[in-house]
Design a protein around this ligand. Structure first.
Ligand SMILES: [Zn+2]
Length: 228
């Protein structure tokens, strides 16, 4: 007659328990990974839509400002206000970097930007005031509501990007308001004629305030783009 081997029975129970725990953990991990990939393919709808609007807006502004800069430089060569044309060139570069940043995020979310049509620029009457006012009305808009949507949808990278873009816009708004004051007072001594753009985030600096590393993203100033 075979006696029951107690230590062996205990070991077997332990093995079974261990196996059950492993199965539960694997199932849990699998469900999480699967639902994460499913979430990336279907969500986040608001952030994706906001990114598409932002890409189109920044791309449009980049093309517009580049044209404004060229039109002002060719029409008003030697004019004291032509330093403002350099500002448009710098902000055009800044906008294209913002647009590229948003584009990277939307591809990482498994989506792509909408088809883009180049804006039509009216070149018949280049005018400093009109162009500066147009830029002020654009940069007066923040990305705050988009940032909130991204936070609600848990898209951290978009929260950061929209937050940075709002900061960059606020800074540019300041430059354009300064340009408008100069146009009104006809005193252009405070208008910068050289700008430094962070190649990573699009933040913009003048010679008097260019830091060693970007205030927003930490990129070294050796990677800044000089516009003059
Ligand atoms: Zn930066």
């Amino acid at each position: 007659m075979k006696l029951i081997n107690f230590p062996s029975l205990v070991t077997q129970k332990l093995r079974v328990t261990f196996l059950i725990i492993v199965i539960i953990i694997c199932t849990f991990v699998f469900i999480n990974v699967f639902s994460e990939s499913l979430r990336l393919n279907t969500a986040p709808p608001k952030t994706k839509a906001n990114l598409k609007v932002s890409i189109k807006g920044e791309k449009t502004n980049s093309i517009k400002y580049s044209s404004y800069s060229s039109l002002l430089l060719s029409s008003f060569r030697g004019n004291l206000a032509s330093g403002i044309a350099v500002l448009f060139k710098a902000v055009s570069v800044s906008d294209s970097i913002l647009s590229a940043g948003f584009t990277t995020i939307i591809y990482n979310l498994g989506d792509s930007p909408d088809a883009f049509t180049n804006p039509i620029i009216d070149s018949s009457n280049p005018n400093f005031n009109n162009y500066v006012n147009d830029a002020i009305s654009n940069d007066d808009l923040t990305y705050d509501s988009y940032e909130t949507d991204a936070r609600d949808e848990n898209v951290t990278v978009a929260v950061t990007a929209f937050g940075s873009a709002s900061e960059i816009r606020a800074k540019r708004l300041n430059f354009f308001q300064n340009a408008l004051s100069a146009l009104n007072s006809k005193d252009y001594s405070g208008v910068a004629t050289e700008y430094f753009i962070c190649s990573k985030c699009g933040n913009i600096y003048t010679l008097s305030n260019v830091p060693g590393v970007c205030d927003i993203c930490g990129m070294s100033k050796i990677r800044f783009i000089t516009i003059k």
